[in-house]
Design a protein around this ligand. Structure first.
Ligand SMILES: [Zn+2]
Length: 489
């Protein structure tokens, strides 16, 4: 007969592999136990208790805080770097007069020597000019526009090797100059136009919801301004319908800046926001007059990049949200099974307690038969629970790790090296940066990694999702020849 161990509370316990006695295991709690945060009865397995990663609970808070990392010309590769990348937020430059030309040429020449650049290419509407090789001051630079010389000297030093910079020169509206300091020791200067303005037209919360299917715009301490809503509309207009489906009913929250002044936005999943929400802080919109991203003839204000970055998180994180929902469902079922298993334990313990006291009688035989039947069923339940628990642990591991879309992204060539300095901090941030940059400046992504560019262009990021949204499908337009219509003669 089983030796039944008693706990201080008098409950009967044993381990999962022993005799059929009360289920006891670190991951299982009785349904009658503590109260969970939401005031509901706690149900056995918690997300945190079956996982090995960062702590998380039902009512899970999941945030991806996105730091604004400005271009630092002091960091970067000292010699030709391993990979071309995109350098965010170069300083805006003032318009200079012709009297600065010689100084600029001197600066540029010094940078070129230091950066050991073999070729300078100026690309303008009217044609392309190449200067090579560089040996000190060159008369060829005297034909360059001043704005080109300014932007080129900013990127010519060895510390910028690999960098691509979108530089605004002048104001109201100024002109965009893109400079690429490639790792093959060439410098390319692309003369552009005035930066793009934010989208015109109706940008009320209702209009944005109607046009793009997003959720509400929420004011949290600070109100959405007209410019903020136009920036959001500009960003959403750059997405295709399959991508917009990922944002269906997704709330966008406007908040004041974080105290550290570093964060521009978050993607956040938590209690009351189980489907996630995008939070945009003051910093997301703060540098729109100075920093722009995109091809030089079509560069967008910095806020568009920030919004698309957060949208990239929302697209990738939908799988995690779905996995959490499945985990919550299965966790509840598992805990129901714990209750049933414990009922069997109670029923068996009652019989174990009496069976030895019964003399050899018909009653004893009946109880023993009962015990055999109950033990068999109990073993079956335990087997199912063991498998279910393994599944919950696997799910939990998946939830703790990066979602499938970012895992697939991380396997692409160069993915872990960019596409920006900030993108190197984690594969989640790398994906979000690449997502934003692909939509604003696909050529820039192609320069960083042709494989990453092809991956986005072929919609392979969406194909990598475990649970793509179905909202992308719309009913076909009604045909006038449909059977239920009848044209009058
Ligand atoms: Zn981020």
């Amino acid at each position: 007969m089983a030796r039944l161990e008693r706990t201080p509370s008098g409950r009967v316990l044993a381990d999962l592999s022993g005799r059929p006695v009360r289920v006891h295991d670190a991951n299982v709690r009785r349904a009658s136990g503590k109260r969970a945060e939401a005031g509901r009865t706690e149900r056995g397995v918690e997300l945190s208790s079956v996982s090995h990663g960062k702590p998380a609970r039902p009512g899970l808070t999941w945030g991806l805080a996105c730091t604004l990392v400005s271009l630092s010309l002091a960091t970067g590769c000292a010699t030709p770097g391993p990979v071309n990348y995109y350098a965010k937020d170069p300083p805006a430059l003032p318009t200079l007069g012709e009297e600065y030309r010689l100084t600029l040429i001197d600066e540029l020449a010094a940078g070129l020597v230091e950066g050991r650049i073999q070729l300078v290419e100026l690309i303008e509407d009217r044609g392309t000019r190449r200067v090579s090789p560089i040996q000190g001051r060159s008369a060829d630079f005297e034909q360059f526009p001043l704005a080109a010389l300014q932007a080129a000297s900013l990127a010519a030093g060895s510390e910028s090797c690999g960098a691509e910079l979108d530089v605004l020169v002048g104001t109201e509206p100024g002109v965009m100059v893109k400079v690429r300091h490639d790792v093959d020791e060439s410098l390319h200067v692309l003369m552009g136009r005035a930066p793009m303005a934010l989208r015109e037209g109706e940008h009320s919360a209702v209009a944005l919801k109607h046009e793009f299917g997003i959720g509400p715009l929420i004011d949290h301490g600070v109100a959405w301004s007209d410019a903020d809503r136009r920036a959001l509309g500009t960003a959403l207009a750059l997405l295709d319908r399959e991508e917009l489906a990922y944002l269906h009913d997704l709330p966008f929250v406007r908040m004041a800046g974080a105290e550290d002044g570093e964060h521009a936005g978050f993607f956040h999943v938590g209690q009351g926001a189980e489907g996630g929400r995008i939070i945009l802080l003051d910093l997301a919109f703060g540098s729109d007059g100075q920093h722009f991203v995109g091809p030089p003839e079509r560069a967008y204000p910095r806020s568009i990049f920030v919004i698309l970055h957060e949208i990239g998180h929302a697209v990738a994180e939908l799988d995690r949200i779905m996995l959490i929902a499945i985990f919550e469902r299965d966790r509840a079922r598992y805990n129901d099974a714990v209750v049933v298993a414990n009922q069997y334990v109670d029923a068996l313990n009652v019989r174990y307690a009496v069976v030895d006291r019964l003399a050899k009688s018909r009653d004893r035989l009946t109880v023993k038969r009962d015990i055999r039947t109950l033990e068999k069923e109990y073993r079956r339940i335990k087997r199912i629970m063991r498998d279910a628990k393994k599944r919950l642990e696997d799910l939990s591991d998946k939830i703790q790790g990066p979602p499938p879309m970012t895992v697939a992204y991380g396997a692409l060539a160069n993915a872990k090296l960019g596409p920006t300095h900030y993108g190197r901090t984690s594969i989640d941030e790398g994906f979000a940066e690449a997502f934003a940059l692909y939509h604003l400046d696909p050529t820039s992504i192609e320069r960083f990694s042709p494989e990453v560019h092809a991956w986005f262009a072929g919609d392979h990021h969406l194909a990598a999702a475990l649970y793509p949204p179905l909202d992308a499908f719309e009913p076909p337009p009604r045909s006038s020849a449909a059977p239920h219509t009848r044209s009058e003669p």
